[in-house]
Design a protein around this ligand. Structure first.
Ligand code: ADP
Ligand code: G6P
Length: 501
């Protein structure tokens, strides 16, 4: 295979996280978040290499190495860990990535901590990732860098004189110029993106925001017209492209699991445990962008304004812990505990609690069973790159009795699912409460029509469509290379790809 081009995915995190320690023993846990859910099946199907941080500050040569490599032997692709010290994790990950870029790009500039030491830590760690890319890849490979933590990786690869095809995909929104302007390092960040051959965004709005920023702060760059969701940028005699590529899910794998006998059994158990009530389901990483307090407030308001829902419905809210060292995340956790306590204290009766709140990650089977069991999927992001939960929920619905999706207009998914979803502004709590109550009463014909419209889009524009489209644009003049990337490893049965996360 040495003469074949490989797909090299580079992201801050590997698809698995090391937990435990040298003394108690290391374990592997699936990584959380949409990036890992989306890309794990891609690499399982195509093969290649995933470069990333294993999620713990570890030293080379520890027992963790065997655990990591053993856990990955049969996934059909390789892993290359990038090791970060605790100091690097603090400055680069908790600092610049999650206290500057994450809030800023989600329109929450007031939550940013523009500490210059974070910026230097970010550059240092991006340099480290670039060194790993140069070491682990060859000239013909396609290196695909993922997300906001690694914007500067390509620039650093080029500085090392390495000749690589480099693509970048931003999983989170790109802010409009008046928000982006606040970033003290705005020029450097924009210029670093130009080192890629193709820059991908989730939606047309994100692409246009980026083009507007480039036009404003990079005077030497000529920004071309956007055509079919793709625009070219020219700087001197160098050309690159930027485009909108809405990310998808492994639809067939979700659908296959949702229709399996095991899932049906799990659904029956859960149905009985939840008292045969209609279920409203929320599934999120703990994050202030997800509109979790707004969701709980809207549910509370629905119980207040529509007394017929009391004792008839339950809100099952799953929250997977995330970024617990960032103060805003800890505060959010306390706020949720308080709100759940208040709603349950106010409305519970003997044998019924309105909110079932689970603060942990669930196994796939349970998650899928809940998706399929739910009458309403409830997504209230205040700002979200895509929101794969919305797509997963739709993919798991039955043909005859599907659930309805209440979806925030601020999630990237709204651009694709507006025909079928009940779209809300989550800041408008009363309206969201009424839409939720309406969704719970939606006649089955209406639910079927809406669900089919959404599933058609999600099935067509799935994660493999996304990869083909991105690589197609990136390697448009390199059809031969695209073929070798496509053939590198035969596609596995899609249902197997879940083993990868
Ligand atoms: P983000 O990437 O911001 O976390 P997404 O909605 O795009 O948001 O992706 C979240 C991913 O995390 C989905 O694939 C979802 O299935 C998964 N997930 C979220 N909460 C849980 C949970 N409690 N248990 C298991 N998986 C979860
Ligand atoms: C979102 C981001 C990812 C990130 C994930 C989990 O999906 O777009 O880049 O990996 O959240 O967050 P974490 O900070 O745990 O990596």
């Amino acid at each position: 295979m040495a003469d074949r081009s490989r797909l090299i995915v580079v992201s801050n995190r590997l698809p698995v996280t090391l937990t435990g320690g040298e003394e108690e023993g290391w374990r592997l846990e699936p990584g959380s978040g949409g990036l890992v859910t989306a890309l794990a099946p891609v690499l399982s199907h195509r093969g290649g290499l995933w470069i990333g941080w294993p999620g713990q500050a570890v030293e080379p040569g520890g027992d963790w190495e065997a655990v990591l490599h053993e856990g990955f032997r049969e996934q059909g692709y390789d892993l290359a860990p990038v090791l970060l010290s605790e100091e690097e994790v603090d400055g680069f990950y908790y600092g610049f990535s999650n206290s500057v870029l994450w809030p800023l790009f989600h329109d929450l500039a007031t939550a940013c901590d523009f500490n210059p030491s974070f910026w230097y830590a970010y550059l240092g760690v991006n340099r480290k990732f670039a060194a790993a890319v140069v070491e682990r890849s060859a000239a013909g490979d396609f290196v695909w860098v993922q997300d906001y933590q690694l914007i500067h990786a390509a620039e650093q690869v080029r500085e090392r004189g390495a000749d690589r095809r480099l693509g970048f995909f931003l999983h989170i929104p790109f802010p409009p110029p008046d928000i982006f302007q606040r970033l003290p390092w705005r020029g450097q960040v924009l210029a670093a993106l130009l080192a890629y051959d193709l820059i991908g965004f989730q939606t047309l709005r994100d692409l246009r925001n980026f083009l507007a920023c480039a036009d404003r702060w990079l005077p030497d760059v000529e920004v071309g017209e956007e055509n079919g969701g793709v625009a070219t940028l020219a700087i001197g005699d160098r050309e690159l492209a930027a485009g909108a590529f809405p990310i998808g899910i492994d639809y067939r794998a979700f659908h296959a699991t949702a229709t399996s006998e095991d899932t049906r059994r799990r659904m029956n158990e859960l149905r009985v445990r939840l008292g045969n009530r209609r279920i409203v389901l929320g599934v999120d990483r703990l994050d202030y962008t997800k509109g979790l307090p707004e969701r709980l407030l809207a549910f509370e308001k629905a119980l207040e304004r529509h007394p017929g829902l009391r004792e008839e419905v339950v809100l099952v809210q799953l929250v997977v812990p995330s970024r617990e060292n960032v103060p805003e995340y800890r505060e959010l956790k306390s706020r949720l505990d308080e709100l759940v306590g208040r709603i349950n204290g106010r409305y519970s009766t003997a044998g019924w609690a309105p909110v079932h709140y689970l603060y942990r990650s669930l196994p796939r089977q349970d998650l899928v069973a809940l998706y399929r069991l739910a009458r309403v999927g409830f997504v209230t992001s205040l700002k979200d790159g895509m929101n794969l939960v919305a797509k997963e929920f739709c993919a798991c619905q039955s043909d005859d009795d599907p659930g309805a999706l209440v979806l925030s207009e601020f999630a990237g998914a709204a651009a694709q699912l507006a025909d079928g979803a009940l779209v809300v502004n989550p800041h408008h709590v009363e309206e969201t409460a009424d839409v939720l109550a309406g969704a719970l009463e939606l006649p089955v014909d209406e639910r079927r029509r809406r669900s089919e419209a959404m599933r058609r889009v999600i099935a067509e524009q799935d994660i493999f469509w996304w990869v083909e489209r991105f690589l197609g644009v990136a390697l448009g003049d390199g059809a031969e290379m695209l073929e070798t990337l496509r053939d590198y490893v035969p596609r596995l049965d899609t249902a197997d790809s879940w083993a990868a996360v």
